[in-house]
Design a protein around this ligand. Structure first.
Ligand SMILES: Cc1cc2nc3c(=O)[nH]c(=O)nc-3n(C[C@H](O)[C@H](O)[C@H](O)COP(=O)(O)O)c2cc1C
Length: 429
């Protein structure tokens, strides 16, 4: 399905739009309109709006749309059909993919006025990672099918804004290459597809730690691939072509068991890797193994049931991501946003509850935070940005999302993410 929103409308040349553009222009010119312009919050994400309107005076438009709900449709023009299907596709009928967006549409913010929201501070700290806003880049594998620079471009764009990345085990560049592209001071977490070979698992974890990845995100919901018609109909699976395999193929423990290195015999390497990272489910008691071999925080990604959230807390985990993998795994599964409140109620005081699946706008971020998430992960939108324009494309998507978040936070009467609560939503208390 297309991710184009039926509800978004192009901004019309109405009086409000005109007044806001004037305010933006006035701010730069240092006129009295300055007071009406978006005030910079640390680090001034809302200013992207000013930049765009001011550039318009020189006839310059944004590189592509600022409506992130439309990016799925336009990404199709930039990608091969196989790559587009892999990126935009979902499990089965797409019911859960649609449900994620429908759940956001069902929830409504109730803006409050005269609350002194001129100055805002979006910064937050999650599991020891300081971030400029409660937003991280979700792990998205195989980014070289989207753009040749893949994860390197994403890492550079994220680092330029201080936004943390979560690097996928299915990266098309090595852990060390992505760390270098991120730069020494960037915030980075590592996502594990849990291999069924302990030596390879430990080796990958050690490399991630050495390369400065601070938090381990263990994805539970994709121990085998779901039925994905968009990929099946095109017989398209990048991993069996040796794409998205840079992490194991560069791993000494993985390579030591091969007769020939992957560079000389890619088929044998693929045949060893694919059954190692897909096809084996694990159990709760095996989490102790990961704890033994990772000395930083551990977050379990793909939790949708409060009982599983309690088990994560009982197992001594530091956080969870309430996620249905963007609707890519269990077709017909509950919308991630609908799962969130029950999970926050069950374990919100015991571990960090993060959220993903379906986030497209600043308002979506606010809704997830109001329902108790500490931060959200964004997946397809930045990958669509990568398709549109590599590193610059990712940066445009992130700046758009963060500007929208900053403005909507203030316009709904909040100065910090921590001020959001169920009471910020219709029907909330
Ligand atoms: C093309 C693609 C590849 C993905 N690869 C991974 C991955 O390697 N590891 C992982 O944990 N999640 C992966 N995900 C899931 C995302 O981390 C995230 O849960 C999901 O994209 C969130 O939904 P959204 O796309 O609606 O934002 C992938 C998602 C997409 C779209």
């Amino acid at each position: 399905m297309s991710e184009a929103s039926e509800t978004s409308e192009a901004a019309g040349p109405g009086a409000e739009a005109g007044a806001e553009a004037e305010a933006a222009a006035g701010a730069a010119a240092g006129t009295a309109a300055e007071a009406a312009a978006p005030a910079p919050s640390a680090p001034g994400f809302a200013n992207y709006q000013n930049d765009i309107y001011l550039n318009g005076l020189d006839g310059q438009l944004p590189p592509f749309t600022t409506d992130l709900t439309l990016l799925g449709a336009s990404a199709r023009e930039h990608l091969d059909p196989g790559a587009f299907g892999y990126l935009a596709g979902a499990a089965g009928s797409g019911a859960t993919h649609r449900a994620n967006r429908e759940a956001f549409d069902r929830h409504r913010l109730v803006p409050r006025m005269l609350r002194g929201a001129t100055q805002r501070d979006l910064t937050t700290t999650v599991l020891g990672t300081r971030m400029p806003a409660p937003v991280l880049l979700a792990p998205v594998g195989v980014q070289s099918i989207i753009h040749p620079d893949g994860e390197l471009a994403t890492a550079r764009a994220a680092a330029s804004l201080g936004v943390p990345i979560v690097l996928s085990t299915a990266s098309s560049h090595t852990i060390e290459e992505v760390a270098e592209a991120s730069g020494p001071d960037s915030a980075r977490w590592f996502q594990l597809y849990w291999p069924n070979d302990d030596d390879v698992c430990v080796s990958i974890l050690e490399r991630a730690r050495r390369a400065g990845f601070t938090t381990l995100v263990v994805t539970l919901d994709t121990w085998t691939l779901a039925w994905r018609p968009q990929d099946l109909d095109q017989s398209y699976l990048p991993f069996i072509r040796g794409i998205g395999t840079a992490v194991p193929f560069s791993d000494p423990a993985f390579r030591s068991a091969l007769e020939k290195p992957p560079e000389d015999d890619v088929i044998s390497a693929v045949l060893r890797w694919v059954p190692m990272f897909t096809g084996t489910d694990h159990s709760w008691d095996q989490l102790a193994f990961l704890r033994e071999h990772w000395d930083g925080p551990i977050v379990l990604k793909g939790v949708l049931h409060p009982d599983d959230a309690r088990k994560a807390a009982d197992a001594g985990m530091d956080g969870i991501v309430v996620s249905n993998h963007g609707g890519r795994q269990v077709d017909g599964a509950i919308a991630s946003l609908d799962a969130l409140p029950g999970i926050v109620e069950a374990v919100g005081d015991r571990l960090e509850v993060l959220f993903d699946s379906g986030v497209r706008t600043g308002s979506d971020v606010l809704k997830a935070l109001a329902l108790g998430a500490r931060a959200v992960l964004v997946g397809r939108p930045y990958a669509y940005g990568l398709a549109h324009g590599g590193e610059d494309g990712v940066r445009h998507v992130l700046r758009s999302l963060l500007a929208d978040l900053d403005l909507t936070l203030g316009l709904s009467g909040h100065r910090t993410p921590a001020e959001l609560s169920a009471g910020s939503l219709q029907g909330g208390v």
